[in-house]
Design a protein around this ligand. Structure first.
Ligand SMILES: Cc1cc2nc3c(=O)[nH]c(=O)nc-3n(C[C@H](O)[C@H](O)[C@H](O)COP(=O)(O)OP(=O)(O)OC[C@H]3O[C@@H](n4cnc5c(N)ncnc54)[C@H](O)[C@@H]3O)c2cc1C
Length: 538
């Protein structure tokens, strides 16, 4: 076979997982090539740059936070369940502070200013926060803030990726952009390389237009998918018109790190119907090709039905005092849980949900909007506090206006206010749903509002959806497994192309943390695999 490119390890996809795999394989002394359909970055570069880390990081200590690997394990076990073995989760927690230090050694900055409020994403004044449902799960483990937001203004995933990308290039890794993997090549029963379509050799203007149009379409694709898809069409056309084949040989292994499948409508419809009504949090690269490359080579996929649907009530944090109810007026859950947990519960209740808030809560929320939000949160908060709610002078009245069962809501609010009136045990909450006592405020001052927080298509208050399932991998090595549990020789997967730590339940930062953990694992093990002789290629 005539190979165009040869390396020990070939990584498909240049986001967080691919970059971390490349760094580890290169550090082990291997030649490494990274292929990316675009210029790299993927969802990582558009993300909030939050990394879930704990067990006593220097930034937690600087903020006066007490944490331990055991406490981190205790909490994460409630989120992660058994999607990875307990030993893998323990390894992740025990090594978490060191993982953050590893990222810092590659130039990714973190900082310990602690956010005082529960929020979906802290403002530029804070870089450490409760990014999961730790306080709600305080019976499982002592809570600690573990959301380490990359230290940079705005949504700082761009900075996180830029620093990793610099480190990859400094390490001498060859990054081949504008090159999409379309099939894995096998020989003698193992994966030996990757068949690609590349724009290398295409007219300069086609490559420039491909790069520029993709860049232009990325954000609309995320926030206004219909417009983004239209804007991205010429990019795919350029690939079809000017792409040519390219063969990359992997002497030791191929690592698939090509993101999720949120941009693949057919896969979403087939595997994750609960995502309907949500806004897929996906880039054009999340077309499922990572999973499909792996299954095409015999690998098994799992948990494709697991999607994380986000419904954040805070910021503004005052809204967490409200009561979250379904169409029957019944309380759904502890309102202070993480947005993905709320989203899950709302979907379980048929997708319809409202937050009941009284005059005092709405007024407090209004006062907090400016100081507690970044621009994208500010728009949503204003929408919820204005056009997104109905009000009336009585609880049955507001229920009738919103289409919620008045009797059910009246009973729920009465029960909540009884608890709120008695609330305040210093050591915990009297709330049967488990909301911390300081957030259980009585909702008894008319007028009452019902804010519609249903999961359905809405321009101003979309419900972001992240795909969590992927290729099944060996938890010790990251090697892709077949349905019978045997490994596909020469093939590894990481990040959102694989089943990982966040595949059951996402909390902010756990996806990128998993990308780092699983990317490094795959890179290390691919590098340690036996070098294959060229005769095995076919
Ligand atoms: C707006 C937003 C905010 C988020 N905030 C956070 C956060 O703060 N913390 C957190 O943990 N998670 C967050 N997430 C989720 C998280 O960013 C992603 O799950 C994670 O970055 C995925 O990383 P990855 O390396 O698996 O894939 P990606 O970063 O998406 O990288 C995959 C790369 O593969 C390339 N690719 C795809 N197919 C092919 C192919 N066939 N051939 C070659 N290349 C290919 C793509 O072009 C892309 O560059 C956020 C997501 C979004 C969209």
């Amino acid at each position: 076979m005539d190979w165009d490119i040869e390396a020990d390890v070939v990584v498909v996809g240049f986001g967080a997982a691919g970059a971390c795999a490349a760094l580890e394989a290169s550090a082990a002394g291997c030649s490494v090539v990274v292929l990316d359909r675009f210029a790299g970055g993927g969802a990582t570069a558009l993300s909030g740059g939050v990394v879930y880390a704990g067990g006593g990081t220097p930034h937690q200590r600087a903020a006066g936070v007490t944490d331990s690997p055991a406490a981190m394990f205790g909490y994460l076990r409630t989120e992660v369940g058994d999607v990875v073995p307990a030993e893998t989760l323990r390894e992740f927690c025990d090594g978490s502070a060191a993982m953050l230090a590893w990222l810092e050694s590659h130039g990714v900055p973190f900082e310990g200013s602690l956010c005082p409020d529960k929020t979906s994403y802290p403002t530029n004044r804070h870089y450490l926060y409760y990014s999961g449902s730790e306080t709600s799960a305080r019976d499982a483990a002592p809570p600690a803030p573990r959301g380490h937001r990359t230290f940079g203004r705005g949504t700082s995933g761009g900075l996180l990726f830029a620093r990793l990308a610099d480190a990859v290039r400094r390490a001498g890794v060859q990054v081949v952009e504008q090159t999409a993997a379309v099939r894995l090549i096998t020989g003698d029963g193992r994966v030996t390389g990757v068949e690609c379509r590349t724009l290398h050799g295409a007219p300069w203007w086609a490559r420039t237009a491909h790069r520029a149009l993709h860049r232009l379409a990325r954000k609309p694709y995320l926030y206004m998918p219909k417009a983004g898809r239209v804007m991205h069409r010429p990019v795919s056309w350029l690939e079809r018109r000017y792409g040519r084949p390219l063969l990359a040989r992997a002497g030791r292994g191929v690592v698939i790190a090509a993101g999720g499948f949120g941009a693949n409508k057919e896969m979403l419809r087939a595997y994750a119907p609960s995502a309907r009504g949500g806004l897929p949090l996906a880039t054009p690269g999340d077309d499922g090709s990572g999973v499909l490359l792996g299954t095409g080579a015999g690998g098994a996929a799992a948990l494709l039905d697991r999607v994380s649907v986000w419904r954040f009530l805070s910021p503004p944090p005052a809204l967490l005092r409200g009561v979250l109810v379904d169409a029957d007026g019944k309380r759904i859950c502890d309102e202070s849980r993480y947005g993905a947990a709320l989203g899950d519960e709302i979907v379980r209740h048929g997708g319809r949900a409202w937050l009941l808030a009284d005059r005092a809560t709405i007024a407090a929320a209004r006062r907090q909007v400016r100081s507690s939000t970044l621009w994208f949160q500010r728009l949503q908060a204003w929408h919820l506090l204005t056009f997104g709610r109905v009000s009336a002078d009585s609880v049955p009245g507001v229920a009738a206006r919103a289409g919620v069962d008045p009797d059910g809501l009246t009973a729920t609010v009465a029960a909540y206010n009884t608890v709120a009136g008695n609330a305040g045990p210093a050591d915990g909450s009297a709330d049967p749903a488990g909301k911390p006592a300081d957030l259980v405020g009585p909702q008894d001052q008319p007028p009452y509002s019902l804010i519609d927080v249903s999961v359905r298509p809405r321009l101003m208050y979309p419900a972001p959806v992240l795909t969590l399932g992927g290729l099944v991998v060996d938890p010790g090595t990251g090697q892709v497994l077949r349905a019978d549990g045997s490994a596909v020789p020469g093939l590894y997967a990481a990040g959102r192309s694989a089943v990982g730590l966040c595949s059951r339940s996402y909390v902010s930062g756990l996806s990128i943390a998993d990308c780092v953990f699983s990317g490094r694992r795959a890179g290390r093990h691919a590098a340690a695999a036996q070098q294959i002789k060229k005769a095995a290629d076919s």
